[in-house]
Design a protein around this ligand. Structure first.
Ligand code: SF4
Length: 169
């Protein structure tokens, strides 16, 4: 388990914040899930939500960003997702990346694509989104610094979770 003084918020923690707060604690503390669980590759769950064939990925620090293009009015970062099932996670993760780019002096806007549903959502870091992101980041840190993980709460994502054994055995 990692030292709480090293905790920092990542795009992955933002993603899981909108799914399960217990999982946020477990991931932030580097608790290693059940190695026999087929979902043990924690990145896989997020990756599975993404269209690999349409993906062009670039790295920025420890962030990986999909689809970057120069739009008419500046840089656009986007993510192509299989479905809008995890829309809140995808939306706030993209907002987090926009915010990290902004801290590095790069102004960008975001786009989420859900081709199967013929849906596209534009994302700009407006005051409402910034406030939502700030609140999520603060709450993720609050959760990560708890001495104990939040109690497990059965949800529809538990069956795909690498920590299922840990939570429910
Ligand atoms: S099994 Fe369920 S309660 Fe436990 S960490 Fe995973 S999603 Fe959360």
């Amino acid at each position: 388990m990692s030292n709480p003084s090293n905790l920092h918020v990542t795009g992955t923690l933002i993603w899981y914040y909108y799914i399960c707060h217990r999982e946020v604690w477990l991931m932030a503390r580097n608790v290693v899930p059940d190695q026999d669980n087929p979902n043990v590759d924690l990145g896989r769950f997020i990756q599975d939500q993404t269209y690999q064939r349409e993906k062009k990925e670039i790295s920025f620090g420890n962030i990986k960003l999909d689809i970057i293009k120069k739009g008419k009015d500046g840089l656009v970062i986007g993510e192509v997702k299989k479905s809008s099932k995890f829309e809140a996670s995808a939306r706030m993760q993209l907002a987090f990346y926009l915010s990290e780019l902004e801290k590095a002096g790069l102004k960008a806007r975001g786009e989420l694509f859900f081709p199967k549903e013929k849906k596209r959502e534009a994302l700009e870091l407006n005051s409402e989104l910034r406030a939502e992101l700030d609140s999520a980041v603060r709450d993720i840190l609050r959760i990560a610094y708890l001495d104990q993980p939040p109690e497990p709460m059965k949800c529809k994502w538990c069956k795909n979770c690498a920590y299922a054994e840990f939570c429910w055995a």
